[in-house]
Design a protein around this ligand. Sequence first.
Ligand code: ATP
Ligand code: MG
Length: 322
Amino acid sequence: MSTAMNDVMIEAHGLTKSYGKPGTRIRVLDGVGLKVPRAGIHALLGPNGAGKTTTVRILATLATADSGTARVAGHDVVADRRAVRRAISLTGQFAAVDETLTGEENLRMMARLSGLTRTRARRRAEELLVRFGLTDAARRQARTYSGGMRRRLDLAAGLVGSPEPGVFFLDEPTTGLDPRSRRELWQVVRDLAGRGAAVLLTTQYLEEADQLADRITVLDKGRAVAEGTPETLKSRVSGHRLDLVLSSREAYLRLATRAVHHSPETLTLGLPTDGTAAHARALLDEIDPHRTDIDRFSVRSATLDDVFLALTTDRTEAPAHV
Ligand SMILES: Nc1ncnc2c1ncn2[C@@H]1O[C@H](COP(=O)(O)OP(=O)(O)OP(=O)(O)O)[C@@H](O)[C@H]1O
Ligand SMILES: [Mg+2]
């Protein structure tokens, strides 16, 4: 319906959610908003308990927000719950695959349940088995599948209906997979978006968000602490660190506010840099013009974990938009 006029497929504003009894209520979402267009991949990145699954459950109509609004495929998630459910595919720990059936039987059964005739269900199952690289395993019980095959079967199961859903919610789609299976699944997700679907995925891995997503929302303790493209997010915390060992406590304190890494015991501070000689040289000259304050320095690549930690440990700043 209204999606024809509007390319935004997933849209949320100011979602809040608390759990627990009055007095001991804990706010697990504190004003989360996001927008995902058709063919877009958006990652919700955050540590355990950040509120990722809660956000997905609200958008997929499995939970209700205390306040805020959300529309999926043009439908309000509360008022038009049924329309939302028809437009989405949700995979995560709630997948409906029957372990004792083969991959093929699972897909056929779900296709039948979604209203396809026997012949069309068989054809649809075959198509999906090919598309998800499961033809060799098609006749094996799903419980014998590896983690990666199982995830692909889950995804295929979400697609059996016709038309294919325009919105996908993938809750930690690659957790526990080996690197190769993870890359295969990434390709599957890219293909979904390539066909025009909007994808919202949750992950604890910055690398995954970086590889897949057009935009990332970093969630921490129910708040969006940063939002932007992978590039802007990385440049915000920068790709490298210039680690300085300072000659005195005074120098350490003077420069501490500029650092992203602090180690007071060793008088070491890490300052963001792009890693180029030009920048490192200019930075050293700028912060130590008399060449007395810095004893030693080293340049190291910020790991993706560094980036993530920098964004999710500082609880004093207001949400940042980059
Ligand atoms: N039904 C519930 N009742 C009480 N608390 C809940 C409920 N569901 C979630 N929570 C709490 O809400 C917070 C956010 O949980 P959520 O599952 O959204 O986090 P997450 O980011 O998906 O974490 P993970 O990475 O571990 O999957 C957690 O502290 C969790 O304990
Ligand atoms: Mg979760």
